[in-house]
Structures are given as structure tokens and as C-alpha cells.
Design a protein around this ligand. Structure first.
Ligand SMILES: C[S@@+](CC[C@H](N)C(=O)[O-])C[C@H]1O[C@@H](n2cnc3c(N)ncnc32)[C@H](O)[C@@H]1O
Length: 277
């Protein structure tokens, strides 16, 4: 196993925040996860479970990038805002918006016809629903605490150049792992739904026991380097006993009945050795 020396997380010059709020988003974990990615020099990066893409948006962009999520509404949103003119057309609609319960309900009931209407609905519901969940969304916007609609345009404007030239898919993760390399060194960051989590509530596609197993089998075979984050539990430790497992803990933002950020015990798993100084 190749050994890499890890340093503290250094914010990259092109770091931005994700334009989306996302259940299970890794914004709060950047300083824990990023050192394991930054220590490997790579010219191709893949994120098969992209969601809000906290890691991709924060990291230095490399030559080749593939982002993917089975949730097609989310990928359609990124595909739309990747183009500057399309992004501006969306921002024009959002700038006029208000965030209140009545409007939230109206947009939930709204049946979009055009692609622009579709991404508008996705984004409005993401920003105003509990935890950013767009799958059966519940009102979750707080005046004075949540970002108002007039700020949303800037989140999108910052994301557009970062998404330029990025390949986007809405496939099962296995297909992304199998794509041929274009760069000399391929680094993958994988953030699947946690083993113990309410995936039915947060995501439209369930991730079952057999999917966790399938992921472990595919990663065991891959010739690319990977960094994987998971909840710490005996089942995952067993699936990855052939890999390097590092203990970590960070605050996370996900679906829980107490509606607060929890500190979780997490694992970072790699197929290379990461040694701290
Ligand atoms: C924990 S979230 C990723 C969060 C992301 N790292 C962030 O910072 O926002 C897991 C994602 O995996 C996606 N997903 C679930 N099953 C999948 C599959 N079979 N293939 C690809 N993506 C899948 C879900 O739609 C969800 O967006």
C-alpha cells in the first residue's frame, strides 16, 4: 500500500460552499476528510455520491472531474447552472421569490413543464425545506437564520465556474467506478448513505444492505485511489477489514428526531496509507 503524509486541511484558493443544503452534507467535516484527499496528488477526481458536493466545491479543482448522484433532480440542477446564461435565467426567477409557508406549499404543488421550471422548483424547495430534503419536503426555513432568496443567486453564481467542464451523471455508483481513466492518477471521494440512517426519508433511492456490500466489493477491486466516509459500526468495519480504517468524529447535519446537529463517530476508509506528521 502506498504511503502518503497528511497535513492539516488547507483551504484551497477556489474553495466555495455548495449552492445546496444537503442531508448528510460534509461541510462540517471538511477539516477531517480533506487532509486524506489533499495528500494525494491527482489529476482526475470522481465523486460518485455527490449530493451537495461539499468536498468537490471546497477542494482545488483538477484537470478531469466526474460528479454523479442517482438523484436525477439534483444532477439536473447542476447541469442547468453549469451554463452561465441558464444560471442567470434561474437567478432572475429566484430574485423575485419570497420564503414563507404559503409559497412553499404553492411550489410543492406546482407541476413544472419546462426544464427551467423544474430546476426552479428543485432549488426553491431545497433552500426552504427541512434539511434541504426535496423528497416529500417539509417547511424548514427560519427567518433571520436561513439564507433569504435574494442571497441564493450568489450561491449559484459562485458554483457555475467550478462546474465548468465537469462531467455529470446520474447513474448507479458502480458505473462511475468502472469508467476508464483520463488522468494519470484518479482519486475518488465516496460518501454513500450511512449504514444506520433514515435513507428512506432523506433520499428517494434506498441504499440497502446489498448496496453497501456491492460498494465494498467494487472498491476492493478498483485500481483507483479512494477515500470513503461512513458511520462507525461493526458492519462497515467488517466490510472493509481489507482496507485502511481511520477513526474520526465530526458534527453532522442529517435527519434526526431532535432536529439538531449531532456529533457522530465516523470512519474514513482508504486503499492507501495516510500517515500523520
Ligand atoms: C450522504 S449523501 C452525499 C452527501 C455529499 N457528500 C455532500 O457533501 O452533500 C449520499 C448520496 O448518495 C446518493 N445515492 C444513493 N444511492 C446511490 C447509488 N446507488 N449510486 C449513486 N448515488 C447514490 C443519494 O442520492 C445521496 O445524494
Amino acid at each position: 500500500m502506498t504511503k502518503y503524509l497528511i497535513n492539516d486541511y488547507v483551504k484551497s484558493g477556489d474553495a466555495i460552499k455548495s449552492p445546496l443544503r444537503y442531508p448528510g452534507g460534509k461541510f462540517y467535516a471538511l477539516k477531517h476528510i480533506m487532509p486524506y484527499i489533499q495528500c494525494v496528488e491527482h489529476d482526475e477526481f470522481r465523486e460518485p455520491f455527490f449530493g451537495g458536493g461539499a468536498i468537490f466545491f471546497a477542494k482545488q479543482k483538477v484537470k478531469y472531474n466526474i460528479i454523479n448522484d442517482l438523484e436525477s433532480d439534483i444532477m439536473d440542477f447542476y447541469r442547468w447552472i453549469k451554463d452561465e446564461d441558464q444560471a442567470e435565467a434561474l437567478i432572475k426567477l429566484l430574485d423575485k421569490e419570497v420564503a414563507n409557508r404559503e409559497r412553499h406549499q404553492e411550489i410543492k404543488d406546482f407541476e413544472p413543464i419546462t426544464e427551467l421550471d423544474k430546476v426552479f422548483k428543485t432549488y426553491y424547495l431545497n433552500r426552504t425545506s427541512y434539511c434541504g430534503i426535496i423528497n416529500s419536503p417539509a417547511w424548514g426555513y427560519k427567518d433571520g437564520k436561513s439564507s433569504p432568496p435574494q442571497n441564493w443567486g450568489n450561491f449559484i453564481r459562485k458554483a457555475t465556474p467550478k462546474l465548468h467542464d465537469v462531467d455529470m451523471y446520474s447513474l448507479d455508483f458502480a458505473e462511475i467506478l468502472e469508467m476508464p481513466a483520463r488522468g494519470k492518477t484518479v482519486m475518488m471521494y465516496l460518501d454513500p448513505p450511512y449504514y444506520h440512517t433514515d435513507t428512506k426519508r432523506a433520499y428517494t433511492k434506498p441504499f440497502k444492505e446489498e448496496d453497501h456490500k456491492r460498494l465494498s466489493d467494487a472498491l476492493k477491486k478498483t485500481k483507483y485511489l479512494f477515500c470513503l466516509s461512513y458511520d462507525d459500526c461493526p458492519e462497515i468495519r467488517e466490510f472493509y477489514k481489507w482496507a485502511k480504517i481511520y477513526d474520526a468524529s465530526w458534527q453532522y447535519n442529517t435527519v434526526n428526531s431532535q432536529r439538531k446537529r449531532m456529533i457522530g463517530k465516523e470512519l474514513i476508509i482508504t486503499n492507501y496509507e495516510a500517515e500523520s506528521k
